[in-house]
Design a binder for this molecule. Structure first.
Ligand code: 5GP
Length: 112
């Protein structure tokens, strides 16, 4: 199976890539909930968080850790919602682990 996110990793589908290292890539969400809405994914395809191997998980976390303040700064956000929809019943539409970084603003009332 090749998810739409794997096709982004392979460069088969265009995306605004904002970060990339050996195991992890981040790009802007195509349907942003707020300006700067970013998705952080492992390059290899794992459906759920529990499927991410022990030697890959730290890289994913390190990228998130670095990107949260960078995304907030980039759009001058006051805060951010950082979330995984982990499984279809939780609203996960793309079966390839992804972390949402959604910038939040003082006057925004509607969360994701
Ligand atoms: P989920 O509901 O699975 O947690 O979130 C999937 C996210 O992927 C959604 O926010 C959706 O807008 C985003 N998305 C779906 N297809 C594409 C795509 O082809 N490119 C990009 N950049 N984002 C996508």
């Amino acid at each position: 199976m090749s998810t739409i996110f794997s096709q982004i990793v392979e460069g088969e589908i265009p995306a605004r890539v904002v970060y990339e290292d050996e195991t992890t890539i981040a790009f802007l969400d195509a349907n942003p909930l707020a300006p700067g809405h970013t998705l952080v994914i492992p390059k290899d395809e794992y459906e759920r968080l529990n499927d991410v191997p022990d030697d890959v998980a730290p890289d994913l976390y390190a990228a998130i850790h670095q990107l949260v303040p960078a995304v907030e700064d980039a759009v001058d956000a006051d805060a951010s919602t950082v979330a995984f929809n982990n499984g279809a019943e939780a609203g996960q539409e793309v079966p390839h682990v992804h972390c949402h970084i959604v910038p939040r603003f003082d006057d925004d009332r509607a969360g994701p």
